[in-house]
Ligand binder design. Structure first.
Ligand code: ARG
Length: 584
């Protein structure tokens, strides 16, 4: 479907043309004086310069050309030459009816859908998820859903940190603690045990212990490097133990992400890029891009037009070790071969911007992907505590994601138990849904690049610009629809009061607002729209007696509109990654 604003513009453009002016002056925008009119056009002022006549004359002749039109109840020329419009109720109702009856509310999908890899989540195996990973998961999930909604083929790839020294550290520490395990016996010829020799909580304790030890104990650090080397060379015991670490860790990650309603299409990681390191290095060397610097292999990426210094990208250290950039470049090759994407989008902390700038430049120079393939890093800011510093636990430690979710869920559970609308057996699931809405909306409603302050009281409030407020609005409408008792119609009637018309006008902008959010990869714009829509729904609800309306025809109109509003809101929050309960 065409956006309402385009449809209206079309009529005004025709009026400009028939009055003898260039049609392009007829572009209509939302009114910036909603007290005076709903839409406006400033084209007469611009046209006046070209045609060397008074803008008011042009505006008046456009108004004359619009006489008896089917779109506006009022078209006015006002000094010094503005055009003010108010839409006809029946025209608006027809538009909304078409919207209610069309798939995805008439949203125009991509004409040329693209294949897009979204790299998000990025957890590190055997380390607990902390809130740094939360933003990537929340923003990435929403962007993935948004891209998909527009018809693209989207592959969400978790890109786990599952390789390198962190794995060697764990293996070395396990060896110190349990030296008799068969993984460490080079002569072992049997089958390795099926079950891992540790649980996830043990694993999560092993890594920090090993990491700390390696900093003070040189001998241990050497062992960890040795274990890393053996793993990378494919030594079978080390490989088997690595498989155990992966199995235990991935099972735990799957559980955690499922709790967050975040779901990946590809569970790949840094380890999957290893076979592509050599081909990647070949591509880089064959184009003579590599230089040696103190024994390390680097690629110069500085460009003349740069205003700041971009250091060379290191691909191999003097001891032969590969780095984060090496893996990311190899991953580009792997993605190019497996998915042939038109775009790779990285949802990663903005403090890694330089890294991605270097990686992208090397990828281009080495032609690791087709020149038309887009590479983009969406760098997000930090989630801070009320003190303005990165969010910590009360004791000052790193906040684990599970604990954060637990705390906000308990907080919400307390509130809904007090309200007493939900039965005991629904409390847990309802609290979970509201907590997700609070957490995700609290994050997504800010522009991703900005830091924000995590404030549980504010995020979980049922009133104000919050996730729970959107849920509350949906629940309220669901309750009206339930009490109405009949199936709501899909035919929207012309508005009979101001609040109803305003709600209709807001609804009519759905596809347009979503398209803007999509073009900018900006979930915060979806949030802003849904918040405005919720406000319009509540205002209408407060000012209109829906269930007590004696005129059945009129009532059916109200209900149809409420039903459309609810469907749009539900679809909208789905794109943000959360769902509404039945009651709250
Ligand atoms: N594991 C990394 C970290 O915790 C994030 C990975 C982001 N993705 C990427 N392709 N580098 O910082």
């Amino acid at each position: 479907m065409q956006f309402l604003i385009e449809k209206i513009s079309h009529h005004v453009e025709e009026a400009f043309a028939s009055a003898g002016y260039d049609a392009s002056y007829g572009k209509v925008t939302l009114s910036n004086r909603p007290d005076l009119c709903e839409f406006q056009c400033n084209g007469a002022l611009a046209a006046a310069k070209q045609y060397r006549c008074a803008p008011m004359n042009i505006a008046s002749s456009v108004v004359a050309a619009l006489e008896n039109n089917a779109v506006f109840t009022s078209c006015e020329a006002v000094m010094p030459g503005y055009l003010n419009f108010t839409l006809r109720e029946d025209f608006l109702a027809q538009y909304l009816t078409a919207m209610a009856q069309t798939e995805q509310f008439g949203l125009p999908k991509e004409e040329n859908p693209r294949t897009i890899v979204v790299d998000y989540g990025g957890p590190n195996v055997a380390k607990p998820l902390h809130i740094g990973h939360l933003r990537s998961a929340i923003i990435g999930e929403s962007i993935k859903r948004l891209y998909r909604y527009f018809g693209n083929k989207v592959i969400g790839d978790i890109h786990m940190g599952d390789w390198g020294l962190q794995m060697g550290l764990i293996i070395a520490e396990v060896q110190e603690r349990m030296p008799s395990l068969p993984y460490f016996d080079p002569n072992f010829a049997g089958e390795y045990p099926k079950d891992a020799p540790f649980t996830i909580s043990q694993l999560e304790e092993i890594y920090p212990a090993a990491s700390a030890k390696s900093k003070v104990d040189e001998e241990f650090a050497r062992k960890a490097h040795e274990a890393t080397r053996l793993l990378q060379e494919g030594e079978k015991g080390h490989r088997a133990l690595w498989n155990c670490i992966m199995a235990v860790s991935v099972a735990d990650l799957k559980k955690n992400y499922a709790n967050l309603d975040v779901d990946f299409d590809a569970w790949l990681g840094e380890s999957d890029a290893q076979p592509y390191i050599e081909p990647m290095m070949d591509a880089v060397t064959s184009r003579n891009l590599v230089t040696e610097s103190e024994g390390a292999l680097v690629v110069q990426v500085q460009e003349e037009t740069d205003t700041k210094e971009i250091p060379p990208c290191i691909l191999r250290k003097s001891d032969g070790a590969t780095l984060y950039a090496t893996t990311d470049l190899a991953t580009i090759l792997q993605r190019e071969r497996d998915f042939a994407p038109d775009k790779i989008l990285y949802i990663v902390d903005k403090r890694q911007s330089l890294h991605f700038e270097q990686v992208f430049r090397v990828a281009r120079k080495a032609e690791l992907l087709r020149p038309e393939t887009e590479l983009e890093h969406i760098g997000f800011g930090t989630m801070n505590g009320k003190d303005g510093k990165p969010f910590k636990t009360r004791e000052g430690g790193v906040m684990r994601l599970e604990r954060l979710i637990g705390e906000i869920t308990d907080f919400v559970r307390g509130k809904i138990t007090e309200n007493q609308v939900v039965t005991d057996d629904e409390v847990d699931e309802t609290a979970r849904l509201i907590a997700m809405a609070a957490l995700k909306y609290g994050d997504l409603s800010n522009q991703a690049t900005k830091d924000y302050v995590f404030d549980m009281d504010r995020f979980a409030a049922f009133e104000g610009n919050t996730g729970p407020y959107l849920l509350y609005t949906i629940v309220r409408v669901k309750s009206i629809l339930g009490r109405y008792g009949k199936e709501a119609e899909c035919v929207i009637r012309p508005a009979t009061n101001k609040e109803e018309k305003n709600l209709m006008l807001v609804l009519s902008r759905f596809a347009e607002q979503l398209t803007i959010a999509y073009r900018q990869s900006a979930p915060h714009l979806i949030c802003a729209y849904l918040y405005e829509l919720s406000g319009a729904v509540n205002k209408f609800y407060h000012e209109t007696k829906i269930l007590a309306e004696p005129d059945e025809e009129k009532q059916a109109g109200y209900v149809a509109l409420m039903s459309l509003a609810k469907n749009v809101l539900e679809e909208g929050i789905h794109l943000l990654g959360f769902t509404a309960p039945e009651k709250m």
